[in-house]
Design a protein around this ligand. Structure first.
Ligand SMILES: Nc1ncnc2c1ncn2[C@@H]1O[C@H](COP(=O)(O)OP(=O)(O)OP(=O)(O)O)[C@@H](O)[C@H]1O
Length: 585
């Protein structure tokens, strides 16, 4: 990074030199301010020659009047340095976003917007601030040292040692300060990612009964952010100490050694001039430099690192989730026998408010152990509401639900997790290894079982693309389909006998969806799928058509004969996509 920075400045040598020339004029001003005051006192006012004193002050005032053109010159040259940097960053951010979009057309790179706007502006402001303050400090120091040397070289004795000590301390603290800032930003981002991941997958987390586990992981992220923030605050204190050493100590030393300096032949005017150099020029310049280094500097470093990490070449495309090598054949399923049904809903009604129309109105449903049921219906009719009620996430206003003969009412999240697993559309994936993600619902599951499940569900190529089972996942880097595949693997190995997929395959392509559903159908247990493609409904043993008063239950062929709602729906699906899809893949 420093190498690239130097190369950037070397390419703009002319702007740097002109900026240095303007800055030299600024240090001449610094020099004149203290020097004229010393002469005004010694040769003028203290010698009883008021006119000469006033004349020296007039020279200092004239020097101050040149400040405006100097500042204008400085800022013009600063723009010559800063704007090309901004253009280069925008170019880089756009290229990276386009390449990312080409690599994953379904993915939405929200960070690109931040890089284009906020992060680019952060770099621009931070870089401009640093150049401005660093340059100002260097030239004010040159002006101060030149002034002290001209007035009386012995004045450097109290000033130079604390100044050099403070600056060395600051230089030594820069790296650890930047590290602390980087750790803080990383921890902060990790916390934000985790919080947004949990928020997006809250239904998944609740449905899985993984609240404690996710709470512990989120708590750990909060602790890490708190520790990083404290560490950063300690370095801010060190920065203040270095400011004290470099800026205030020379003033204290100058005042303390004043009697000795007077004995060395330093005049009162020279002492006042030296004091002016320190208090009016060096100290403010040092103060702004420290502030810029402490805040803008470390932020700049971190944001620039982000830009540098961003690939501007197309990334290798992760393989699409393909079908598993050989989906196992259907396990023979017990039909309604003496065993209790896997799912029994008895007169279930559900409305979202006292005055709202019921979404479910006296629904009766029995799903046999081992059965595969598809639920279809127009958007907003209540399919997700039904899955939530069956999974025990929503308590019905009337009626009751039993899973395998156990009433769901009053069960804890852990108890429910043993009875069923519900995978919604928004899959929850967290920063952790691939295996940790897969065994969220069964922490004791051996790795080979997890990998077998992944292979069955067609997720093996994805796992390989992610870097293997022990690779650490970045949830933000995963597409919706990839997240869904991981959540499906997790559900597959769950010990729950009932799996409910609420459009949990909607981001997979039809082939991947078919193999995932076949794998679930072959899994011992019962499967309920909210279908969003005709093909998905056709694969099921029975189909529940949710459509208010036209609600019907039967096999695909049976429903085609007797349910107008089902015929309309299949007609719509076929018209939208002859292959049977409703879209969304
Ligand atoms: N938390 C809620 N509060 C109030 N109304 C809700 C809530 N959740 C769902 N609804 C309403 O209940 C109805 C059924 O919603 P639900 O999500 O169950 O339908 P859906 O068939 O799954 O829809 P889609 O296919 O679009 O996902 C809709 O009118 C919806 O607006």
């Amino acid at each position: 990074m420093p190498g690239r920075g130097l190369r950037f400045l070397a390419d703009r040598r002319r702007a740097v030199l002109v900026l240095a020339a303007w800055s030299l004029l600024e240090s001449a001003q610094t020099f004149l301010t203290g020097y004229c005051l010393a002469r005004a006192l010694d040769a003028g006012f203290l010698a009883g020659r008021t006119t000469i004193g006033l004349a020296w002050l007039a020279v200092a005032a004239a020097a101050a009047f040149t400040a405006a053109p100097v500042v204008r010159g400085v800022f013009t040259q600063l723009a010559e340095l800063v704007e090309p940097l901004r253009d280069a960053l925008v170019h880089r951010a756009v290229s990276a976003a386009l390449h990312r979009a080409l690599a994953d057309p379904a993915g939405v790179d929200l960070k690109a917007v931040s890089r284009l706007t906020q992060q680019t502006e952060l770099v621009r402001d931070g870089f401009a601030g640093l150049v401005l303050t660093a340059r100002s400090f260097v030239f004010h120091s040159v002006g101060t040292v030149a002034g002290l040397l001209t007035l009386a070289p012995v004045l450097l004795v109290p000033v130079l040692p604390p100044l050099l000590l403070g600056l060395s301390l600051l230089l030594a603290a820069l790296r650890p300060m930047a590290r602390a800032q980087r750790v803080f930003l990383d921890a902060d981002e990790a916390l934000a990612d985790r919080a947004s991941g949990v928020a997006a997958g809250l239904r998944d987390v609740t449905a899985c009964g993984a609240g404690d586990e996710v709470g512990a992981r989120t708590g750990a992220a909060i602790d890490a952010a708190r520790r990083a923030s404290l560490h950063l605050a300690r370095w801010a204190a060190v920065r203040t100490l270095t400011l004290g050493a470099a800026g205030q100590l020379p003033v204290v030393a100058l005042l303390s050694l004043a009697p000795w300096l007077l004995r060395q032949g330093v005049t009162a005017g020279e002492l006042a001039g030296a004091f002016t150099f320190l208090v009016q020029s060096l100290l403010p310049a040092l103060h702004t430099l420290m502030a810029a280094l402490g805040t803008a500097g470390s932020r700049l470093l971190v944001v620039l690192e982000r830009f540098a990490r961003e690939p501007v070449e197309p990334r290798p495309q992760p393989p699409a989730a393909g079908p598993p090598a050989a989906p196992a054949g259907r396990v023979p399923r017990a039909r309604h026998g003496r065993t209790p049904p896997a799912v029994l809903a008895d007169g279930v009604s559900m409305r979202y408010g006292p005055t709202a129309l019921p979404v479910l109105d006296g629904l009766d449903l029995a799903v046999a152990q081992g059965e595969h049921l598809a639920v279809v219906g127009p958007s907003g009719i209540g399919k997700s509401t039904l899955t939530s009620v069956l999974a025990g996430l929503l308590a019905p206003d009337q009626g009751a639900v039993w899973l395998g003969g156990t009433p769901v009412a009053g069960r804890t999240a852990r108890e429910l997790a043993r009875l069923r697993v519900l995978i919604p559309q928004e899959a929850y994936v967290f920063t952790g290894t691939v295996l940790d993600n897969l065994r969220l619902l069964d922490p004791a599951a051996p790795p080979d079982r997890l990998l077998r499940a992944a292979a069955l569900l067609g997720a093996a190529p994805l796992l390989a693309a992610l870097g293997g089972p022990d690779a650490v996942l970045d949830p933000a880097a995963l597409s919706q389909g990839q997240r869904q595949l991981l959540a499906l693997c997790r559900a597959y190995v769950s010990p729950a006998p009932l799996v409910i997929l609420d459009e949990a395959t909607c981001h997979l392509d039809p082939a991947a969806e078919a193999s995932a559903e076949s794998a679930f159908a072959a899994r011992p247990g019962t499967l309920i799928v909210v279908a969003h493609r005709l093909s998905s409904a056709r694969r099921a043993d029975r189909v529940l058509v949710l459509d208010g008063p036209r609600t019907a239950l039967g096999t695909h062929d049976d429903l085609l004969r007797r349910s107008a709602a089902y015929r309309e729906m299949t007609g719509y699906w076929s018209a939208v996509r002859p292959g049977g899809g409703k879209g969304g893949a």
